[in-house]
Design a protein around this ligand. Structure first.
Ligand SMILES: *[C@@H]1O[C@H](CO)[C@@H](O)[C@H](O)[C@H]1NC(C)=O
Ligand SMILES: *[C@@H]1O[C@H](CO)[C@@H](O)[C@H](O)[C@H]1NC(C)=O
Ligand SMILES: *[C@@H]1O[C@H](CO)[C@@H](O)[C@H](O)[C@H]1NC(C)=O
Ligand SMILES: *[C@@H]1O[C@H](CO)[C@@H](O)[C@H](O)[C@H]1NC(C)=O
Ligand SMILES: *[C@@H]1O[C@H](CO)[C@@H](O)[C@H](O)[C@H]1NC(C)=O
Ligand SMILES: *[C@@H]1O[C@H](CO)[C@@H](O)[C@H](O)[C@H]1NC(C)=O
Ligand SMILES: *[C@@H]1O[C@H](CO)[C@@H](O)[C@H](O)[C@H]1NC(C)=O
Ligand SMILES: *[C@@H]1O[C@H](CO)[C@@H](O)[C@H](O)[C@H]1NC(C)=O
Ligand SMILES: *[C@@H]1O[C@H](CO)[C@@H](O)[C@H](O)[C@H]1NC(C)=O
Ligand SMILES: *[C@@H]1O[C@H](CO)[C@@H](O)[C@H](O)[C@H]1NC(C)=O
Ligand SMILES: *[C@@H]1O[C@H](CO)[C@@H](O)[C@H](O)[C@H]1NC(C)=O
Length: 565
């Protein structure tokens, strides 16, 4: 009898083993056990780099090289805290390879990194080295990972430089990133989901990400799956955007508004639209292009847009950080950041209609900490791009409220495919994941009612708190008798207010985005030597760029490649 059970057990183990071998399944990148700043709280993901693996927490981020801070970072920069997410010691890794990639520029160069955040933030560094090493995610190995190590990188703010705390894990787009130099054969380094899909470990070269909500009182765990997604992180329709040359998920932002889900409004109006272009005649109704940018902490929007959003908020602009600080003693502050009041972001969707993503102000009650601020300072995260010519981005502050993903489809060019954008739920969400593979069709969510996902986490304001109807004992003011209808409408705000936020009917065609050329050094497979991309200058002069490039593509070059509105 015992022998029978043993055989049965062995059979069961064998069958699940062989199943695991033959059936690729989405792989979760574990969430960090702690949150990070200095402008969060943000969650990160936990991986091991090198052999033996060195644990480190990284922000899920860009699309080619992962960006890693080394132990020298804290020897070179005197700061506290320093390298909170974990630092990499190349000397301790037997698989560390800093010699194969002979592509030399800009090793040793100092400058501003355009590529890390597409210029949303400005960094200063003087010793960048492209490397390869082994990465482990839950025991699954990515050999020859493409990474860049930094030993002295700081973030540049108007009032000074502050050391970076956490590196970055890249999420696409190809299997191999090829480096080539005129004098040497090309060398390949692996990119994460592509490598795992090529090894048949995950179902496709794709990812699904919700950065989650880091604040203790609103906590919703970060969700990053390779080859799949958690259907409980998607509310309502998913918009699909085509991606070219793996630059990232670029979406056409049409407008930003303010709205209230239910109850009273903290403002003198129940809703407002037109904030994106407010006070800036160079922003048309076609809006602007924005990159979904988990590398950036902020909403990196035109300064005029930040000013328009901030206009009715109890905030003070801080020029040293180019951010807005909440005035926590103003009674409006608590009303705004605890009530069902939200910013709405309206995007052009794949079929020319629109998709609106709502982000309650709770999510924008973020905190600057050391080394950015000596005491914890609540701030509102709107900031124009900081690197010269940097592109508009929606960073982690926004992505707390949004699901993004992409499928770097094989049947298209390497690094091409589609990106996904949808509303993410709030903290009142079942965190038991419902994992689905990303295959040939876009992800489909399981949640239909967004406001339910915030139930219990916001407090409606008395309805109405704005212009009260005169009672019979109040002498009627002339304005009120002349406009009785609008006064009444204020009273029944919610439904109409919300509907008003969703701007429909804008139907210009989806803009094809041709960012490609600046990624010249990141060759597609096959024939890297043949590529001599050109960068189109504003005066229509064409400059031919040979490989390898002797300088970083500047953010100015990068922005030129974005469609102009
Ligand atoms: C590297 O190894 C040295 C010596 O074993 C050890 O002191 C150090 O903590 C290790 N560094 C890391 C980052 O693991
Ligand atoms: C490669 O890394 C080793 C170990 O950190 C270091 O001693 C060496 O100087 C590095 N070489 C180059 C070319 O960066
Ligand atoms: C790493 O890349 C080299 C070629 O550059 C290759 O020879 C080696 O097999 C790769 N390692 C693994 C484990 O795939
Ligand atoms: C990626 O490069 C490695 C060598 O580093 C090679 O063995 C592998 O076939 C390449 N994969 C693809 C899909 O081209
Ligand atoms: C929540 O949203 C649904 C529709 O999405 C709406 O019918 C309902 O009234 C809303 N709940 C509240 C409390 O406003
Ligand atoms: C107005 O918008 C344009 C186009 O996005 C931008 O270049 C400019 O900086 C904006 N002006 C202000 C004051 O923000
Ligand atoms: C950005 O807007 C703020 C007001 O919101 C203003 O004080 C600041 O000077 C502006 N910055 C730039 C560079 O225009
Ligand atoms: C903050 O708000 C309070 C209350 O409205 C006001 O008295 C104070 O002047 C404000 N502080 C700043 C710096 O704006
Ligand atoms: C704003 O965020 C801070 C830090 O998470 C928190 O302590 C505070 O309670 C929040 N404020 C409100 C009014 O919810
Ligand atoms: C795009 O938006 C329109 C209207 O806003 C909607 O009817 C359509 O279903 C949406 N399509 C997608 C793919 O989101
Ligand atoms: C590098 O990868 C490309 C595909 O991206 C492949 O075509 C090429 O053969 C690989 N080169 C080497 C040396 O393995």
């Amino acid at each position: 009898m015992a022998a029978f059970f043993l055989v049965l057990q062995l059979l069961l183990e064998y069958s699940s083993f062989s199943l695991a071998q033959s059936e690729p399944e989405p792989l979760q990148v574990p969430t960090s056990s702690r949150v990070y700043g200095p402008d969060g709280p943000w969650q990160a993901v936990s991986v091991q780099l090198g052999d033996p693996g060195q644990y480190m927490d990284l922000y899920p981020g860009s699309f080619y090289e992962s960006n890693i801070l080394t132990v020298q970072q804290c020897q070179n920069i005197n700061a506290n805290p320093c390298g909170s997410g974990g630092l990499f010691d190349p000397e301790n890794s037997s698989t560390f390879d800093n010699t194969s990639i002979t592509w030399t520029s800009p090793i040793g160069s100092s400058g501003t990194s355009a590529l890390w955040t597409n210029g949303a933030m400005s960094f200063s560094f003087s010793n960048l080295t492209p490397i390869r090493d082994q990465l482990q995610i839950q025991g699954q190995i990515v050999a020859n990972l493409s990474a860049e190590i930094y030993s002295d990188i700081t973030m540049v703010y108007p009032d000074g430089n502050y050391p970076l705390q956490v590196g970055e894990l890249a999420l696409g787009p190809t299997v191999n990133q090829s480096f080539s130099d005129a004098d040497a054969p090309s060398i390949n380094a692996s990119l994460i989901p592509g490598y795992l899909a090529a090894q048949n470990i995950i179902p496709s070269n794709s990812f699904g990400l919700h950065v989650g909500i880091g604040a203790e009182e609103l906590k919703l765990e970060l969700s990053l799956w390779l080859g799949g997604y958690d259907a409980f992180r998607i509310v309502g329709p998913v918009s699909t955007q085509s991606i070219q040359d793996g630059v990232g998920i670029i979406v056409n932002l049409l407008d930003i508004g303010i709205g209230v889900d239910h109850g009273g409004s903290p403002f003198s109006y129940s809703s407002q639209e037109g904030l994106l272009s407010s006070g800036n005649s160079s922003i048309s109704s076609a809006g602007i292009s924005v990159i979904m940018n988990p590398s950036s902490p902020y909403l990196n929007l035109p300064n005029s847009t930040c000013a328009a959003i901030a206009k009715d908020l109890p905030v003070t602009y801080n020029a040293g950080k180019a951010l807005y600080f909440w005035n926590t003693t103003n009674p409006q502050y608590a009303k705004i950041v605890t009530s069902p009041t939200f910013l709405s972001f309206t995007f052009r969707n794949s079929s020319g209609g629109s998709l609106t993503i709502k982000a309650p102000f709770q999510l924008f009650n973020l905190t600057l900490q050391a080394p950015l601020a000596s005491t914890p300072t609540p701030y509102f995260p709107c900031q124009p791009p900081q690197a010269p010519g940097g592109t508009y981005s929606l960073g982690r502050a926004f992505l707390q409220a949004a699901f993004i993903g992409s499928n770097w489809k094989k049947d298209q060019g390497e690094g091409e495919g589609e990106g996904y954008l949808a509303q993410a739920p709030g903290p009142n969400t079942d965190t038991t994941p419902q994992i689905k593979p990303i295959a040939n069709s876009p992800p489909v969510g399981l949640i239909s009612n967004w406001n339910d996902t915030w139930t219990g986490f916001w407090t409606a304001l008395p309805n109405p708190i704005t212009p009260a109807l005169p009672t019979s004992t109040t002498p009627a003011a002339p304005e009120i008798t002349s406009t009785p209808t609008s006064t009444l409408e204020t009273d029944v705000l919610s439904g109409g207010a919300i509907a008003g936020i969703v701007i429909g009917g804008v139907c210009a065609a989806l803009i094809a985005i041709g960012i490609g050329s600046f990624l010249f050094r990141r060759k597609r497979g096959g024939k890297p030597e043949a590529v001599q991309p050109t960068i189109e200058l504003e005066d229509a002069t064409k400059v031919s760029l040979h490989q390898p490039l002797r300088h970083w593509p500047s953010t100015e070059e990068l922005i030129r490649e974005l469609p102009a509105f």
